[in-house]
Design a protein around this ligand. Structure first.
Ligand code: GAL
Length: 674
């Protein structure tokens, strides 16, 4: 690997100078302003295909070379993109096969972006040629440090080429039609296939009742996209560059299983656009969601820093209502990413365009071309602060806890017809479990079922509906060896094809939990059951189970309806460890209390030692480690100041001040160390 990617705190943005090539004054201003804002890195060329190849086979890289060189001369690094996120009009018109076909079997016209078929040989040939050339031309430039493959991979294509590939994929997976029919339980409603060519993807007016098919289609879409990404990577490698590669992901976006990209990536990066100040949720709610997203993305390549590839310096322009960041929020949200393991704060985008659908999206430089605006000053302040936090670059989290989020399980829960077709809210449930730890200042990974679970002391597996990758055995070993496991209702019901286990639920884990779940049912949106635990009453939402105890006893029971007296929260010793089971949809206060207890029992490492009182609501901290030093990033998501009395004092990393009473300004963030 070329060693140009040394750990470094990056600060910068998507830079689209191809929109301004006729304005040398703007390009010169860009460099001057970037230096003023403390920008040390830009992502270039993401949507520049038309400028790079204005006519088929005619490449114009001169302008890009000048930009890269000029940036480099001014101390600004380049993350260089392969331009597949948007194709030139000449290509779409000459080769319609590059355009996507929807589930209604209608092919898109030229338009928008992310509108390409991942199978099309023409698209692959064209992206290979230009990416290889970019690599040959710029891969050795000392200013270029990383490849940004495409942009936000996502979406599906239902064209004949993709359908053919899907059939081939199925043949490879199942070998025989009998195996496919068995896995998909096709005898139901006479859906048995007698030829591979009879299998359609889930078309608008086609098959939506075979869950195994729908899950396999999403697996196929993932594999196709990974294959396309690997092809782009091959092009840059064939062009002679062995610089590391990344692809910018989208957090909890459920159109792909991101973990399947891991073997091809050197660095994970992602684009974070939280709905700060949205009016319905508090900023702490949004921060908790964002924290889980950062942890989810980091867990794709655990033990490594990731990059925040995009965020907005002020507002977006695509939400139903787009708010600007309140004073303080830009610094806080930027350092939140760093707290969770990011070695960068990058924005979309550097300068607002004059036209196009993103002309009012927040950018560092607005149409007024000023550097004395609130947004510019906020950005410059982050740049300055990050420069002082260079020591954190390359540091990593060491979580002792994990909450499992599994994308295939997410698909399976969404597609299945079950107790609550208006939503079982798997993602939200996972995030509530994660939030309980986040609020305590405890680091948390979010692996999927294929992850290495042996490193943790505490594992939560909310709604483990689907079991795959030997998860039951892994969890059994984990508890036997002394780990603490938290499971919930709607678990251990189906295998990886969505076929129900013919056994007690949760499959393979009944002795670990000391119970079996006999029946589950839904609750209406406004319906509640309750449990009383430690003199506090907690509401149960959305789903409720009847469980039979087999060797354990209940810590708490349900209070209402005919469920009254039935086990609701159970604890069971198994081997050297313990397993907890929550037999209904738990809300935040119950989870927070449960995890606080478990964290104390296990002595889980907390970022700050705040004693009995703990951290106030909306105040939290995360730790990163490097060379024996801990960097603690304390954050306050409240609009009011916060004070935390620390039992173990710390030192302010930036001022050197000893801190035993930690004060945080409204939306304040401080970096501390021991
Ligand atoms: C991202 C995308 C950027 C820009 C941004 C706006 O999803 O990668 O190109 O469109 O959204 O928020």
């Amino acid at each position: 690997m070329q060693n140009r990617f040394v750990p470094h705190m990056l600060h910068g943005c998507d830079y689209n100078p191809d929109q301004w090539l006729d304005r040398p004054d703007i390009l010169a201003e860009d460099i001057a302003y970037m230096k003023e804002a403390g920008v040390n890195c830009v992502s270039l060329g993401i949507f520049a295909w038309a400028a790079l190849e204005p006519a088929e086979g005619t490449y114009d890289f001169g302008w890009l070379g000048n930009i890269i060189e000029n940036l480099h001369q001014n101390g600004i690094l380049t993350i260089l993109a392969t331009p597949s996120g948007a194709r030139p009009a000449w290509m779409a018109k000459r080769y319609p096969e590059v355009l996507r076909v929807g589930p209604d079997l209608v092919r898109n016209e030229m338009g928008d972006r992310h509108n390409h078929c991942y199978t099309s040989p023409v698209y692959r040939e064209k992206i290979y040629a230009i990416s290889r050339k970019l690599s040959e031309t710029f891969g050795g430039h000392p200013g270029v440090i990383l490849w940004h493959l495409s942009n936000e991979y996502g979406g599906e294509c239902f064209c004949p080429l993709c359908q053919e590939e899907f059939c081939r994929w199925l043949e490879k997976r199942y070998k025989t039609l009998d195996a496919l029919n068995d896995a998909w339980w096709t005898r139901f409603w006479s859906h048995t296939y007698t030829g591979w060519e009879q299998v359609d993807p889930p078309l608008t007016r086609g098959e939506h009742c075979v869950q195994g098919l729908k899950i396999d289609w999403m697996r196929f879409v993932t594999d196709r996209t990974v294959d396309f990404m690997a092809w782009e990577k091959k092009a840059v490698r064939d062009g002679g560059s062995d610089l590391p590669v990344t692809a910018n992901f989208m957090g909890f976006y459920d159109g792909l299983n991101y973990n399947k990209f891991a073997p091809f990536l050197d660095i994970v990066s992602w684009d974070s656009y939280p709905r700060w100040h949205d009016g319905e949720q508090s900023d702490a709610d949004i921060a908790a969601h964002t924290a889980a997203s950062h942890d989810l993305m980091r867990s794709i390549l655990p033990d490594k820093p990731f990059l925040l590839m995009e965020s907005t310096p002020s507002c977006t322009n695509w939400m139903p209502v787009s708010k600007v960041k309140r004073p303080g929020m830009h610094m806080l949200s930027s350092l939140q990413a760093v707290a969770h393991g990011s070695d960068s704060v990058q924005y979309f985008q550097w300068r607002k365009g004059r036209g196009g659908s993103e002309k009012f999206h927040g950018a560092v430089v607005s149409h007024d071309r000023r550097s004395d605006t609130r947004v510019f000053k906020d950005v410059a302040a982050v740049g300055k602060r990050l420069a002082g936090l260079e020591a954190l670059a390359g540091s990593v989290q060491r979580p002792q806890a994990a909450v499992i989020y599994d994308r295939e399980n997410d698909w399976a829960i969404k597609y299945t017809a079950g107790p609550r077709n208006q939503g079982l809210h798997y993602q939200e449930t996972v995030i509530r479990h994660h939030r309980a730890l986040w609020q305590l200042g405890i680091g948390c990974d979010m692996p999927d079922m294929e992850g290495d679970l042996s490193r943790y002391k505490l594992i939560a597996v909310p709604m483990l509906y689907m079991q795959r990758a030997g998860i039951a055995e892994k969890l059994r070993r984990f508890v036997e060896g002394g780990g603490v496991l938290v499971g919930t209702c709607f678990s251990g019901l189906v295998d990886e094809s969505d076929l129900c286990f013919l056994s007690d639920a949760p499959h393979g884990l009944t002795d670990v939990f000391g119970l079996r779940a006999e029946e589950f049912g839904g609750l209406y949106d406004d319906e509640r059951n309750h449990i009383l635990w430690r003199d506090r009453c907690h509401a149960i939402i959305e789903i409720i189970e009847l469980v039979r105890l087999e060797g354990t006893s209940a810590l708490a029971v349900f209070e209402n309806d005919f469920y009254r007296g039935e086990p609701a929260l159970c604890e069971h010793r198994f081997g050297k460890g313990k397993a907890y089971y929550i037999a209904g949809g738990a809300q935040q206060p119950l989870l927070s209390e449960l995890y606080a207890t478990l964290a104390d029992d296990l002595g889980l490492e907390r970022a700050l030692d705040a004693g009995q009182d703990g951290l106030p609501e909306g105040v939290t901290a995360q730790v990163r480690y490097k060379d024996g030093q801990a960097f603690i990033i304390a954050q306050n998501y409240n609009q009011a100041p916060a004070r935390v009395a620390l039992r173990t004092p710390v030192r302010d990393f930036e001022t050197g001040e000893e801190v035993s009473l930690l004060t945080l300004a409204p939306y304040g963030v401080r970096v501390l160390t021991h």
